[in-house]
Design a protein around this ligand. Structure first.
Ligand SMILES: *Cc1c(COP(=O)(O)O)cnc(C)c1O
Length: 393
């Protein structure tokens, strides 16, 4: 579509396809299949599918296509494929191009399901995995080998908000010819463009900020037309991880307000981080745009805000963390993020419960750690809620 539009315009208009009725709001094409006028037309479409032509919703659907084109325009990349969930996106992007004997290097601070795909699934099919401390460029350099085919990491890690220097790691990976796949969920498409920093493939769980109201699961894989249509599409259309048209419509509507929501949430997150920093009940407050963040300089350089997420570590450990969670009146206890509702999570006993103690310690997931996804509520109300709950802890 239009390449000279700025982000907010793309978020509202890119990818829109109108039916013969000229509807204003994007239509939901809740159809699995498509009809052909003649047998010859059906045959022709199976030989080559044109841009406005579809065969079966597992391969593509007009509503899903609108969403793919809108987010590809926003990211400034050639193409995108939307998936049923963020994990469908991660598993397809990692699996579609790898074969037995290939070597993968990944950051060890990963979403639990991403680790499962690497260590349980891919390893079972003979892919060799090396996990590194993603913040340590020396560790990446040592782990990368001439036969490394793929590099995978989250640009900001969950839940401790460590940053990976995307530009530097891409440079190192490209020297050995590896494909760099970045899970950019915590950075959002608004605060950091991983393609500009050198990534080859970018993934989002659209369940998070892109839906933004906690309704639907979804994911998307972005990259070159060659990768998306040549390598990924055959894999996904035959393995069946496509996004549903209804969910694509929810994501399209979420895109319209994505920039406004993410900026409002990040503004509040910074204010809250400043309000709680140095609090007597806290061992640390982690937010990438606080000067106390160990990678504050990289965060300033790599991201236009410090993201919508922050983490706090209560001195009193798990007991204090639970008291804090239970005393909150506005923030809800759950495990989604990027939602309009502020959400608090205790990673050690929920999302990261299954990790062995030593691995939790290694990843900084202490008993007092609480992850806060800052929502769209009034920031003064949120700050008061959090400070009151800290007093109760
Ligand atoms: C949530 C999340 C995923 C998985 O997405 P789903 O939509 O839940 O499948 C992957 N990576 C990161 C960083 C996430 O936050």
């Amino acid at each position: 579509m239009k390449n000279d539009w700025n982000a907010r315009t793309k978020l509202v208009h890119s990818g829109t396809r109108r039916s013969q009725y000229g509807e204003v709001s994007e239509a939901i094409f809740l159809t699995q299949g498509f009809v052909y006028d003649t047998a010859e037309d059906a045959e022709a479409r199976f030989i080559e599918t044109g841009e406005d032509e579809f065969i079966y919703a597992r391969y593509g659907n007009p509503t899903v296509r609108m969403f793919e084109e809108r987010i590809a325009a926003l990211e400034g990349c050639e193409d995108a494929f939307a998936t049923a969930s963020g994990m469908a996106a991660v598993s397809a992007a990692l699996t579609c191009g790898l074969k037995s004997g290939d070597h993968v290097v990944a950051a060890k601070a990963l979403f639990g399901s991403c680790l499962y795909i690497l260590e349980d699934v891919l390893a079972r099919f003979g892919v060799e995995i090396t996990l590194v401390d993603g913040t340590d460029l020396g560790a990446w350099k040592t782990a990368l080998r001439p036969d490394t085919k793929l590099v995978f990491f989250e640009s900001i890690s969950n839940p401790t908000l460590e940053l990976i220097d995307v530009h530097a790691v891409c440079d190192l990976a490209h020297k050995v010819g590896a494909l760099v796949v970045v899970d950019n969920v915590f950075a959002t498409p608004i605060f950091s463009n991983a393609f500009d920093l050198g990534a080859d493939v970018v993934i989002y769980s659209t369940t998070k900020h892109i839906d933004g109201s906690g309704r639907c699961l979804g994911g998307v894989i972005l990259g070159s037309r060659d990768f998306i249509r040549g390598t990924l599409e055959p894999y996904l259309k035959h393995t069946g991880g496509s996004m549903s048209p209804f969910n694509a419509w929810v994501m399209l509507k979420g895109m319209e307000t994505l920039d406004l929501r993410c900026r409002a949430m990040a503004d509040s997150a910074l204010k809250i981080a400043k309000a709680v920093e140095g609090h007597e009940k806290l061992a640390r407050a982690i937010y990438p745009h606080l000067s106390s963040h160990p990678q504050a300089e990289l965060a300033q350089h790599q991201m236009t805000t410090g993201s919508t997420m922050l983490a706090i570590d209560l001195k009193g450990g798990q007991a204090a963390a639970f008291k804090f969670l239970n005393a909150l009146e506005i923030c809800t206890i759950s495990n989604n993020l990027g939602d309009a509702k502020s959400i608090v999570t205790h990673p050690a006993t929920t999302t990261h419960q299954r990790l062995p103690e030593e691995q939790k310690t290694d990843l900084g997931i202490t008993p007092g750690l609480v992850r806060i996804s800052v929502g769209l509520e009034d920031v003064d109300d949120l700050t008061r809620d959090i400070l009151n709950a800290l007093m109760a802890a």
